[in-house]
Every structure is written in structure tokens, then in C-alpha cells.
Design a protein around this ligand. Structure first.
Ligand code: PEP
Ligand code: MG
Length: 420
């Protein structure tokens, strides 16, 4: 969605034979080169080229959006990490970036080797050496993002995914890394085995990376703030970065991360002889984080509800595997909608309401947003309006829908208030 490309994942019925260059579904085999059409919203793969219409953003569209903007209370931001995404988002009227997933910046060809060296290093100095090579790239990314977004808020999420996602798979890839980096292949293989996890999505990911290897988050915080200072120097306008820690569960974790962030910020400001404002906050992606939001609010100036993970962890359903059985649940009426598409307002929604209430009890002005895919779904946006969130953040291409849905939700709320 982020790139404006459709994708169907978890299509368990499709059997792919990579070697033969074919896939088979419902008794029909498709060969490489045959045309299929993908509807990413409905999760459909269709035979042949379906006739499509390119949406036109006409003057009428701008007028409608203008009306919507005049009515809505919720701000609308975009999930974006590349300059192209950020420009697209601004073009669609996003009022900031609500989620910049920094791991996407690590996969670039120029960087991936240093990233892999960092992950496979078995000590801090090895990690720091590799991080020093990644830092200039990270800083340059942020300079570009902050420049495009001008003074609009930009929420940057620190490294989140399980490290194994970056590890070269198979001996051949590790041998290639060893040859390119001069590192010992046998040692790299041993380390790759050590990093293997049985259940990586509940393993060493999110802020657990920053707790175990603080130097990773220090590098990222430094890159964000150095970039903000540079943009301020060049443009005269200071960006306000919002530094976001993922997968936090406990107040003590948030305290550690807040201190790490502030300590690093002060070091950067002292070196530069200048400062910028910044916020430190957290994602709420775990039921415990929602229930103990008051603990987190002691150290977090904002919460962003990561409802992809929060749905996953509330139901205990892996979002990557749900495609295998969710349809059966929907066919039997157990689920009305896929909860990864439309927010489960009863369960996940309750956790959001609890977190908002408990967070505000400790920090009245804690900023509240949502950045899971639900942030672009109209029914879920209506829920966010009711729960009193400050903003929704969604993929750039969904921003216009979100602006309209936010206006409709505000109107509906006003009407029900009036009729009471
Ligand atoms: C989320 O969990 O809702 C989220 C935005 O993070 P990600 O999708 O990157 O896990
Ligand atoms: Mg998440």
C-alpha cells in the first residue's frame, strides 16, 4: 500500500512452483508471463487483465476535500519513509508523517552489508564500527524527509523487526558476505545460527533491540537530531521530530528508552551548539502496554497505536498466517470482518480506550494517534474519532479517504451529540 502497489499476502490456496515458473490454483496452472490482476484491498487474484480506471484528482475532488478539511477534527498523517512516499503524502494533503519505519531504510543495497555486519557482530565494538558506516545514510534520509515535510511533524520509529529478517539466508549468501567484508565465514554462520528464533515476532524485536544493544538506538537518535539541526541551519525552519520506540510493554522499559534518547540528544546538542525541540513517545502494540499506559505516560509524550501488532497480540493470531483460516471464520459468521483490515472495536478498541484514558490521567496532553493499517479504514477512523484520538496515520494513497472519513466521523459525532 505504501508504494501504491497492490499485494495479496497469505493467499494459501495458490501453490507456487518457483523452479517451473508456474502457480496453480483451483485446478488451473498459470505460467510466468501470463497476465493476472491483483486487488489488494479485497485480497483477490483474478485471471487476465481487468479493465481499470486511473483515478483523476479533479477540481471537484479538491473542493470536496476542502469541505472535508473544514469539518474534521482528526488530523491525517501518512506512513512514509522514502522521499517519494513523503512527496506523495503531501500531495494528498497529509499533515505530517505518523510512521516512518526506519528498517526499510536499512535494506538499500549500499547499506545492507554494513547492517548485516552490525547484526552478526558478536560484541559492542564490532556493532559500533558497522553502525558508524550506516549513520551517514540514516542522517541523509532524515534530512531529505524533514526537508520535504517542512515544519510538519515527523514520527520516526526506531528499529523494530526481528534481526533475523536482515540476516543472509543460506551458506552461499553468508560466504558472499564473508568475502565482501573480510569476516570469518564460519564465525558468521555460527552467529547466524545463534540468532535464529523459534517465534521471531514475539522474540528479539522492537525496543528489545534497543535495550540489548543501546548503540543501535543511539545511532538512530543521533542521526534524527543531527538531521533536524542541519535542516534548521539550511532552511531556517526547525523540524520537530517525534522519536518513537516500538513494542514497549513496561514503564521501566520506557524509562530506559527515554533516558537513552535524552542523553543522546543532549550530547548532539552540545556538539552542535544548537538545539531543536523533539518528542519521545511509544507505540502501543501490546495489551500490557495498553493496560499500563499510565506507567508509560510518565516517560512518553505521545502514544501511537500500532494496531497491526495490537490486533495480532490481542487475538494471538499471527497476521502473516491468518489468511489460512480467517475465511473460515468469516464464512461461519464468527468474524464479520478481517480484524487486520477493520479494527475490532470491542476487544482491540477497548484496549485503545483504556490506554487513552489511563495515559491522559498521568499526562493530560499526551498526543494520541493510530498508525496501523486501520488508520486508513473509514469504519476504524470513525472509532478513532469516538475514542478522542488526535490523528490517524495511513499509507499515502489512503490519505484522501482518511480525510473524508474523518469529516464524516466528526459530523456523525456532532449529530449524535445534538440529538442527545
Ligand atoms: C503496527 O504494528 O500497527 C505498526 C504500525 O507496526 P508494523 O506494522 O511495522 O509492525
Ligand atoms: Mg508493529
Amino acid at each position: 500500500r505504501g508504494m501504491g502497489r497492490p499485494c495479496v499476502s497469505g493467499a494459501g490456496e495458490i501453490r507456487i512452483d518457483e523452479k517451473a515458473g508456474t502457480f496453480t490454483v483451483r485446478g488451473r496452472t498459470f505460467k510466468a508471463g501470463e497476465v493476472i490482476t491483483i486487488d489488494g484491498s479485497r485480497g483477490e487474484v483474478m485471471d487476465g487483465a481487468v479493465r481499470m480506471i486511473e483515478p483523476e484528482l479533479t477540481g471537484d475532488f479538491q473542493t470536496l476535500m476542502g469541505w472535508a478539511d473544514g469539518l474534521r477534527r482528526l488530523k491525517v498523517r501518512a506512513n512514509a519513509e522514502t522521499p517519494l512516499d513523503a512527496r506523495t503524502a503531501r500531495g494528498f494533503g497529509a499533515e505530517g508523517i505518523g510512521l516512518c519505519r526506519t528498517e526499510h531504510m536499512f535494506f538499500d543495497e549500499e547499506r545492507i552489508q554494513a547492517v548485516r555486519e552490525m547484526i552478526l557482530a558478536d560484541n559492542e565494538s564490532g556493532r559500533r564500527a558497522a553502525l558508524a558506516r550506516i549513520a551517514p545514510f540514516q542522517k541523509a534520509d532524515f534530512v531529505e524527509l524533514f526537508t520535504i515535510m517542512a515544519a510538519l511533524p515527523v514520527t520516526v520509529r526506531l528499529l523494530d523487526p526481528p534481526l533475523h529478517e536482515f540476516i543472509p539466508h543460506g551458506d552461499a549468501e553468508i560466504d558472499a558476505l564473508a568475502a565482501a567484508s573480510g569476516l570469518d565465514a564460519a564465525k558468521l554462520k555460527r552467529r547466524a545460527r545463534e540468532l535464529h528464533e523459534t517465534n521471531p515476532m514475539l522474540g528479539h524485536r522492537g525496543c528489545r533491540l534497543g535495550v540489548a544493544y543501546p548503540e543501535i538506538y543511539e545511532m538512530q537518535v543521533r542521526a534524527i537530531l543531527e538531521a533536524a539541526l542541519e535542516v534548521k541551519r539550511v532552511s531556517g525552519e526547525a523540524p520537530t521530530p517525534e522519536i518513537m520506540h516500538p513494542l514497549v510493554a513496561k514503564g521501566q522499559e520506557m524509562k530506559f528508552l527515554r533516558e537513552l534518547t535524552d542523553r543522546t540528544a543532549e550530547a548532539v546538542f552540545a556538539e552542535a551548539g544548537d538545539r531543536v525541540d523533539y518528542l519521545v513517545g511509544t507505540m502501543i502494540e501490546l495489551p500490557r502496554a495498553a493496560l499500563r499506559a499510565d506507567d508509560l505516560a510518565e516517560y512518553a509524550a505521545f502514544f501511537s497505536f500500532g494496531t497491526n501488532d495490537l490486533t495480532q497480540t490481542t487475538f494471538g493470531i499471527s497476521r502473516d498466517d491468518s489468511g489460512r483460516f480467517l475465511q473460515a471464520y468469516m464464512d461461519k459468521g464468527i468474524f464479520e470482518h478481517d480484524p487486520f483490515v477493520r479494527l475490532d472495536q470491542e476487544g482491540v478498541g477497548d484496549l485503545i480506550r483504556i490506554a487513552a484514558e489511563r495515559g491522559r490521567r498521568v499526562r493530560a496532553d499526551v498526543k494520541l494517534g493510530i498508525c496501523g493499517e486501520h488508520g486508513g479504514d473509514p469504519a476504524s477512523i470513525a472509532f478513532c474519532e469516538g475514542a478522542g484520538l488526535d490523528y490517524v496515520s495511513c499509507s499515502p494513497f489512503r490519505v484522501p479517504i482518511a480525510r473524508l472519513a474523518a469529516a464524516q466521523a466528526a459530523l456523525a459525532a456532532k449529530r449524535s451529540h445534538t440529538s442527545c
